[in-house]
Write a protein that binds this ligand. Structure first.
Ligand code: ADP
Ligand code: MG
Length: 238
């Protein structure tokens, strides 16, 4: 578990400014959701937090430690992507264990973590299958399991449900909420789905063109949107 701070985080790709100075403090155990239209910088912001991109200027702190220039592998975070990015030739068990083997954990510890995550995600009966023998929802649960076993300081999710059909999306969303209740970890979650944002978030961050338009609880944003853009995005009556 951990807290996160961004101070004046800017990101440019060449001459294109994507993030224009993001200030954000996420509390330990908080579930924070980034919303905003396509291209507003949600994934870039997540990648900057993960250490998959370096900020052009500004600072990133995790648990009070400056990690601005630390590579992703040293930040202790785990990211779940929209495209599950499972290893097709490995079993579910191996998909979950792989990163832990590389971290040098003992086999007994790896086995215990994998079994625990599998039980949590109802994957126990599927541990010896290959990803292609799983449904889309099960594959996404494996991707989530792969993050859980690493016991990360912060979970980062980039539109993890958007490849699932509507029914599965609702079911997996409820599982994620239950998981957060159980694990209590700090979670940062990107979506363009208002319902996901409203139901999962402790606080929502509304982004527009690389800037934060408003931050608040779902109810605060719904009842007191600071402008028409936020109202439109959150679905508040005007
Ligand atoms: P979102 O996830 O909100 O849809 P992104 O963070 O993916 O938005 O992208 C924000 C903007 O940054 C887009 O205009 C995108 O084209 C641009 N961008 C993202 N990554 C790169 C990159 N590696 N090189 C150049 N431009 C990029
Ligand atoms: Mg994106």
């Amino acid at each position: 578990m951990a807290e996160l701070k961004l101070a004046g985080a800017r990101k440019s790709f060449g001459t294109i400014d994507v993030l224009h100075g993001i200030d954000l403090a996420v509390k330990d155990g908080e579930f924070v959701v980034f919303v905003g239209p396509s291209g507003c910088g949600k994934s870039t912001l997540l990648r900057v937090i993960a250490g998959l991109e370096n900020v052009t200027s500004g600072e990133v702190h995790i648990d009070g430690e400056r990690v601005t220039h630390l590579p992703a592998s040293e930040r202790g975070l785990a990211m779940v992507f929209q495209s599950y990015a499972l290893y097709p030739h490995m079993s579910v068990r191996k998909n979950m264990a792989f990163a832990l083997e590389n971290m040098g954990l003992k086999p007994a510890e790896i086995e215990e973590r994998v079994e625990r995550a599998a039980a949590m995600l109802r994957l126990t009966d599927y541990l010896d299958r290959k990803p292609k023998a799983l449904s889309g929802g099960q594959r996404q649960r494996v991707a989530i399991g792969r993050a859980i076993v690493r016991d990360p300081k912060i979970f980062l999710f980039d539109e993890p449900l958007s490849n699932l059909d509507a029914e599965l999306r609702v079911a997996t969303r409820k599982e994620l909420a239950a998981l957060h209740a159980k694990l209590g970890g700090t979670m940062i979650y990107v979506t363009h789905d208002q319902v996901e944002a409203m139901t999962l978030a402790d606080r929502i961050v509304v982004l527009k063109a690389g800037r934060i338009e408003q931050i608040g609880t779902p109810l605060e944003l719904y009842n007191h949107p600071s402008n028409a853009f936020v109202a439109g995005f959150i679905g508040s009556p005007r």
